[in-house]
Write a protein that binds this ligand. Sequence first.
Ligand code: FEO
Ligand code: CA
Ligand code: CA
Ligand code: CA
Length: 598
Amino acid sequence: ATARTDAARGLRFSPVAPNTTDAVVVPEGYDQNVVIRWGEPILRGAPAFDPERQTAEAQAGQFGYNNDFLALLPLPGECDRQLLVANHEYTDEVLMFRGYDAANPTRQQVEVAWAAHGLTAVVVEEDRKTGSLTAVPRHHLNRRVTATTEFRLTGPAAGSDLLKTSADPTGRKVLGTLNNCSGGTTPWGTTLHGEENFNQYFANATRATDKRYGIGTGATERKWERFDKRFDVAQEPNEVHRFGYVVEFDPYDPTSTPRKHTALGRFKHEAATVRLTDDGRPVVYSGDDERFDYFYKFVGSKRMRHGTSRAVREHNLSLLDEGTLYVARLTGDSPATDIDGSGKLPADGEFDGSGTWIPLATATADGAVSHVEGMTAEEVFVFTRLAGDKVSATKMDRPEDIQPSPVTGKVYVVLTNNSNRGKTGYAPADEANPRNANKHGHILELTERRGRAESTTFAWSLFLVAGDPGDPATYFAGFPKDKVSPISCPDNVAFDPYGNLWISTDGNQLGSHDGLFGVATRGDRRGELKQFLTVPTGAETCGPIVQDRRVIVAVQHPGEIDGASVEKPASTWPDGPGKIVRPAVVAVWRADGRDIGI
Ligand code: FEO
Ligand code: CA
Ligand code: CA
Ligand code: CA
């Protein structure tokens, strides 16, 4: 009973204990349902899911694989309905196809995988009586975007020689999006999607720039290069320069061509989250999810317009084409000798300091200007990691999601882990990344100067240093550690209506399953972290959305355990024994119909 009342508003639930149950486990008094699973038909004419007879054509009309980011947008005029947008980050062929031969995938399997990547827009409807949320098949706004859908490259690098290929001499038209991890929702009613680990789809790369992006010198694991030469860098050197961007999607216009915004730079974009300056210009934060890589901010120069006319929507879709791209450099305020790599707090009692947003390049209507010596503006936008290297940006422990609080304006930067920190040949711990061999990750709280989104300097401190609270090298914003849940490998974050931060995890190193947690960011309960749910065996928790009455999560890659396959499943979620494991979206609500955590 104490757990329900003795907590911050929005977090009054009995925490779920760490566990290894092959299920989604929610607090006492809460109910759940599966909103939509991989393979469920959403478009007109799409067949029912049949794992034994998969085709690319069927998959292109069905919900894709490995749901990650989720957005839920209003549908005015349609009672109890909202528009769900989901990312489909990647495919797990060995869990999708019976008898999959990794050395010799068939053309059909490869084409199914192309169709299982990308995005989904699907209308969902709530049942007011039960609280459940279900997909509405064949709605006219339902749409699939896949690895072969036409995209437009926009912004300062569009049309440059670096982006031209034999199939596209204009350098402006790309087929498909890959590895969409997390994303964001814009104030003008579109969604953003980060192309993250795009390197894994490209084979036979030898250039230094490719190496900096982790693109391999040999064959890829999926072997797509055997079926389409654009995935072979030796044959089509510039195709790989057309992935690694932030994608913008207009889910209200099912005929729209989605865009890739070069002005936000090219790296392993985990996500892209937007806020507005006081005068209405967009500011976008994005992390590059790699050990020792950077996080970035884009400040637009054009103001958002209000309204729904075609001209207004077209204007707003161009907002991310002009502005300045910055990378973060952080300085600690404690002497370096205070940071010993163990995670022990420095003498001033806090991991904290100041920071600068270093400009990399500016895009205008008349062209682009580089701020990095030795690189053209086009090079900065296409080889952004190299620009960050040149200006000595701060090497972070894998920047994942970055979210500004809608209540306080403080910005939360999630660093998931970094097993190489402090190893021979790698950067040692610093005040912003204070643990060597960082297994559990941390979350940084950033305050833009004067609270203005466009500021070029900021203050920062660590809000959370994750792990088992019994471990002295953890920190929960100063909250008593005997009252918090253990947490490891934070990845995506979202805010609830009260300004609590909700954190989903990927890769829990504490021996229990991944899950979703809520933590107060202000008041006398700041730092009190409580686990709200856990996910099935092998899964990570993604795409959290926390509304008044409902929590929605994407259960990504359930059953993804070394050695598992269709024949030897590690998980039987969500449909039970004998059924193929399927990534799916889950809704959770209070059985008594009241608000979450009240
Ligand atoms: Fe796809 Fe950085 O997680
Ligand atoms: Ca300090
Ligand atoms: Ca992620
Ligand atoms: Ca992750």
